[in-house]
Design a protein around this ligand. Structure first.
Ligand SMILES: Nc1ncnc2c1ncn2[C@@H]1O[C@H](COP(=O)(O)OP(=O)(O)OP(=O)(O)O)[C@@H](O)[C@H]1O
Ligand SMILES: [Mg+2]
Length: 227
């Protein structure tokens, strides 16, 4: 039986001196190896939730645990992010002047892997997302779906236990989106990665083990594993 991997406990996040309530006491759990989709209308707080779980930002109150470690308010969130989290953003954030293989190597820098090992691992990851043949290509020469697959490979570079994906298929046609989702599912199955994926796309939400709906900074139903 797999345990709880992610716990978000009554997290509140406001902006603009409290005038904008992005998250209003949100609580949810995800099991280890579970694929959870977060859906809801624009502005309901989905990206905010992902950013807090990934320690890109801090909650006003509440607590977040990943793999038993409390991750809100960490003194060194960069270390947590590098060691534990893989991010895929809607517009992938690849470095345009680096090749696909070099982009995949970026998160491995400074993590104790030598150059030979980084190159080997980048090749392996690009192979896993079906892009070994484009390893030397720069992102501007790749299609949207190919870039998103490179972004996935990069997110997995350090074998994160938690994959955070914000609208990873938002800019893709339905067929390419289906390929990216199938890949996320395969990576989840092969590596036991816990996935938290934000989407406005019903097809993407349907690919998940469980769907959590948000509105106005709240979950519509309890986000408990047992709920
Ligand atoms: N840095 C910020 N400063 C001020 N307000 C912000 C900031 N970031 C987000 N917000 C506000 O917080 C609320 C939640 O934003 P968030 O980006 O989490 O929404 P979302 O659900 O991801 O929306 P979308 O589907 O459009 O990406 C919105 O009202 C947004 O305007
Ligand atoms: Mg968003």
């Amino acid at each position: 039986m797999s345990g709880v991997e992610l716990t978000v406990e009554r997290v509140r996040k406001t902006y603009e001196d409290g005038r904008v309530v992005a998250l209003d006491e949100v609580s949810l759990e995800a099991a280890a190896g579970e694929f959870v989709a977060v859906t809801g209308p624009s502005g309901c707080g989905k990206s905010t939730l992902l950013n807090l779980v990934g320690a890109l930002d801090r909650p006003d109150s509440g607590a977040i645990w990943v793999g038993g470690e409390r991750v809100d308010g960490l003194r060194d969130p960069a270390e947590y992010r590098a060691a534990t989290v893989g991010f895929v953003f809607q517009f992938h954030n690849l470095v345009p002047v680096l090749s696909a293989a070099e982009n995949v190597q970026v998160p491995m820098m400074g993590r104790g892997r030598g150059r030979v090992e980084r190159v080997r691992r980048a090749r392996e990851l690009l192979d896993e997302v079906g892009l070994a043949h484009r390893a030397a290509s720069r992102p501007p020469t790749l299609s949207g779906g190919e870039r998103q697959r490179v972004a996935l490979a990069r997110a997995l570079a350090n074998e994160p236990r938690l994959l955070l994906a914000d609208e990873p298929t938002g800019a893709l046609d339905s067929e390419t989106a289906a390929q990216v989702l199938a890949l996320v599912r395969r990576l989840q199955a092969d590596h036991g990665t816990t996935v938290l994926l934000v989407t406005n796309d019903d097809a993407a939400a349907a690919a998940a083990d469980r769907r959590i709906r948000m509105r106005d900074g709240r979950l519509l139903r309890a986000g408990r594993i047992t709920a």
